[in-house]
Design a protein around this ligand. Structure first.
Ligand SMILES: Cc1cc2nc3c(=O)[nH]c(=O)nc-3n(C[C@H](O)[C@H](O)[C@H](O)COP(=O)(O)OP(=O)(O)OC[C@H]3O[C@@H](n4cnc5c(N)ncnc54)[C@H](O)[C@@H]3O)c2cc1C
Length: 308
């Protein structure tokens, strides 16, 4: 029996449950038993075999040190074969701390899994995304972090058994919350969108001009890292390895070259339209339709046409 643990992130419950698929794939031919660790979890979740429920209202959930203590204690009791954590900003603080405590390696930001006779291989981009590395973990538990929206769990019907866990000797949190400032809401989360109008370095106009087109298509605007680096767009709408992973029905790439780091953020996209002045741009090879021309002009004309 392959015992896996996923950490349930209270702010990203659906993406956390997608990690069930990661454990199932890691188990390979072995039967998997999948636990979720829920700390102060108020929602009922399904799909897991068991939820290890920790109720500690006094703990500061953003204190990665306290959370690491809890996961370590849970692991000491259950001895998992793998521990998988969502690679949110917060998950990225917890995962390496925990790996260090358990004296195992951590494979960050995995994008695929390959299990065969030679072992369980975790796949992730390496050397600035120029190659995909297959990493065999010989230490146990196998630890990995995963970007939201990279894996998907289809079947969430299992009713989990609920097991209470009471951690001992928890240190007081060293974090004091002074104020909570809500971040400015940027329309819809690009990960939820069915249509994405995405601008890259070849889109020379302000991206606000794309809102009209996105609205006509009931979609959202996204960008490549190039525009975030040039401070033309916020990071929340960046697609790619260091941005978000998206799975729309239609992705319109306006002046996007198609670097591996950008493509890394496109998972199960149904159709891609690539508008580029360079016919040899890698993005064109992924596209079902290539428009050879100026991205801004294409966006303007398509928007006008859709309004007619
Ligand atoms: C560790 C690491 C992480 C990274 N993470 C990400 C990430 O998450 N997301 C991401 O996007 N990038 C990421 N990058 C950067 C990535 O390598 C590329 O630099 C970036 O994706 C390039 O963006 P671009 O294709 O929009 O721009 P460019 O590379 O500048 O390409 C512009 C494209 O537009 C075309 N073009 C030019 N003018 C026009 C025009 N008028 N009309 C139409 N087409 C035109 C050009 O032919 C070209 O194909 C990362 C890099 C590293 C090292």
């Amino acid at each position: 029996m392959f015992k896996g643990l996923i950490l349930i992130d209270n702010e990203n419950i659906n993406y956390s449950l997608d990690l069930i698929d990661v454990v199932r794939r890691l188990a390979g031919n072995e039967e998997a038993y999948i636990y979720g660790l829920g700390i102060n979890l108020s929602e009922k979740v399904k799909g897991l075999d068991a939820v290890i429920s920790v109720e500690a209202p006094a703990i500061q959930m953003k204190d990665s040190r306290v959370l690491t203590d809890i996961i370590q204690q849970v692991h000491e009791e259950y001895q998992f074969d793998s521990i998988i954590i969502l690679a949110t900003d917060f998950g990225r603080m917890v995962a390496p701390r925990l790996a260090m405590r358990l004296e195992v390696g951590l494979v960050a930001d995995i994008t695929d899994i390959d299990v065969d006779k030679r072992g369980k291989k975790l796949i992730r981009p390496a050397f600035s995304g120029n190659i995909m590395a297959s990493i065999v973990c010989e230490s146990s538990p196998i630890m990995a972090s995963v970007h939201p929206n990279v894996f998907h769990t289809e079947d969430l019907s299992t009713e989990p058994e609920i097991v209470k866990f009471i951690p001992t000797d928890l240190k007081a949190s060293s974090i004091e919350v002074l104020e909570i400032i809500e971040s400015e809401q940027t329309a819809t989360d690009i990960r939820e969108a069915d249509v994405i109008v995405s601008a890259g370095g070849g889109f020379t106009q302000p991206i606000e001009q794309l809102q009209d087109l996105a609205k006509e298509l009931t979609g959202v605007v996204a960008v490549s890292k190039q525009l975030v680096d040039r401070k033309k767009a916020p990071r929340e709408i960046q697609v790619g390895q260091s941005g978000k992973t998206v799975s729309p029905e239609l992705y319109i790439a306006l002046g996007i070259y198609g670097s591996t780091q950008h493509i890394e953020g496109l998972k199960n996209v149904k159709e891609i339209i690539s508008v580029n002045t360079d016919l040899g741009a890698p993005m064109n090879y992924l596209a079902s339709l290539v428009v050879h021309g100026d991205a801004a002009e294409f966006a303007r004309k398509l928007s006008t046409k859709l309004k007619e």
